[in-house]
Design a protein around this ligand. Structure first.
Ligand code: ZN
Length: 254
């Protein structure tokens, strides 16, 4: 890994073009807003791209130079090329790239493909949300109190069609009575995935300092840590014995 964590913030970027409320909430786009708060960290080099950029924002040269890929999409999940999704999955599973799915990315192609379920959930009107911190000792929860008041957010409710998360860090309460597993990790291959629920395009969550802190922590958590891989990533790969196999009834290799 390079000295700096190379982060790429990928945003579909369509709501900001077509919805006045989204434009007013995020005049630089959700990608620009996320990039701006991550840019305050000296250990990160942040790039921001959108679906409508050349090669859907992720040419091989950028994807292969990314340690952590952050993803926001909603209305155009189906437009994302399957070949690109395959490349993202390969890079997470086999190369250890981190992947952070934000808000409606629960239905994005890369998230669904990598966790292995539909990612569907119960959905409802914007309402008051409180985010509870269930795992304060986790790196992603550093600096986060036992709960924080998010204000108004789009309601996402259970049952969330995900596999049992490897770690459940946050659960949210909504004033209408729903609860939701709003911060979950998944270990896949040699990569790490984090899903975080806040971030509807017309809600202020990406301006919330706790949301910014969680996502900043998540970048550091998801980044590959001095990952040294000596084995090819193609299968089948024959691993020669590290010591001579002499007593197991196996013929000594000549
Ligand atoms: Zn939304």
């Amino acid at each position: 890994m390079s000295a700096k964590i190379k982060v790429t913030v990928w945003n579909e970027g369509r709501h900001e073009k077509s919805n006045k409320a989204a434009q007013e909430m995020y005049p630089n786009g959700i990608h620009g807003t996320v990039k701006a708060f991550l840019d305050k960290n000296d250990d990160m080099e942040v790039r921001a791209v959108t679906l409508d950029d050349p090669e859907q924002g992720l040419p091989d040269s950028l994807l292969n130079d990314t340690d952590v890929l952050m993803w926001w999409g909603h209305m155009a999940h189906h437009e994302v090329n399957d070949a690109l999704v395959d490349k993202i999955q390969y890079r997470v599973f086999n190369m250890g790239m981190g992947f952070i799915a934000m808000h409606s990315a629960h239905m994005s192609k890369p998230f669904r493909k990598m966790v292995g379920t539909t990612g569907e959930l119960s959905w409802g009107d914007d309402q008051h949300e409180i985010v509870w911190n269930l795992l304060p000792q986790h790196e992603i929860a550093a600096g986060i109190p036992e709960y924080f008041d998010l204000g108004t957010e789009e309601m996402y409710g259970e049952p969330f069609r995900i596999p049992q998360p490897d770690e459940l860090i946050f659960t949210s309460w909504y004033e209408g009575g729903n609860i939701f597993r709003s911060g979950c990790t998944f270990y896949r291959g040699i990569g790490k995935i984090f899903y975080f629920q806040p971030g509807h395009e017309t809600c202020a969550s990406f301006h919330n300092p706790y949301v910014q802190r969680v996502l900043t922590n998540a970048v550091r958590w998801a980044a590959p840590k001095e990952l040294v891989i000596s084995t090819p990533t193609t299968c089948p790969h024959r691993y020669n014995p590290l010591v001579e196999i002499a007593n197991g009834g196996i013929m000594k290799r000549g």
